[in-house]
Design a protein around this ligand. Sequence first.
Ligand code: GRF
Length: 189
Amino acid sequence: MKKIAIFASGAGSNAQKIIDHFRTSGFASVQLIVTNKAGAGVVQIAMSESIPVLQIERNRFIDTGYVAELKKFEIDFIVLAGFLWMIPRVLLQEYAHKIINIHPALLPLYGGKGMYGEAVHTAILNAKEKESGITIHYVDEKYDHGEIILQVKCSISDQETPGTLAQKIHALEHEHYPPVIEQILKTLS
Ligand code: GRF
């Protein structure tokens, strides 16, 4: 059984979909939620799903990556879903090619520091883009930069607002993130 840790600090809608997807799989399961925000929606989700929460602190994260804690939970794979801190080298080395992220735009466009949440969709609409989409990618030492695993596009209508675009993007994320995680886990020995 592959053990997944989800790093999230937001509402947690992707975390919920991933938990749901693997709940009955018998192949993998979400064993830990890691967050830097005690009040985040994802913490409520973890509590209602009886999944332990590891609340992390920035300096210790940079120094240790909380590797010992992740090992204690025997975590095999790390999924970022609305987690905004840079992943420290110590953690990248320990989980080489085993940390992935989802971004609400077509990277390398509209990525990087500060490009999260509504800011992404507002920038896309201001630039009069005709399409957007999601990117699932491996995590490396730069924001929104690692090798791309999957991109899925959606069109942008003339009436689009940041809110309606966010809804479209979330729907794509919820549809594609869990099966991509499953596919990658199946390739791990
Ligand atoms: C998603 O849009 C994801 O692309 C980004 O953060 C958002 C998290 O949303 N990395 P939620 O907390 O899963 O609802």
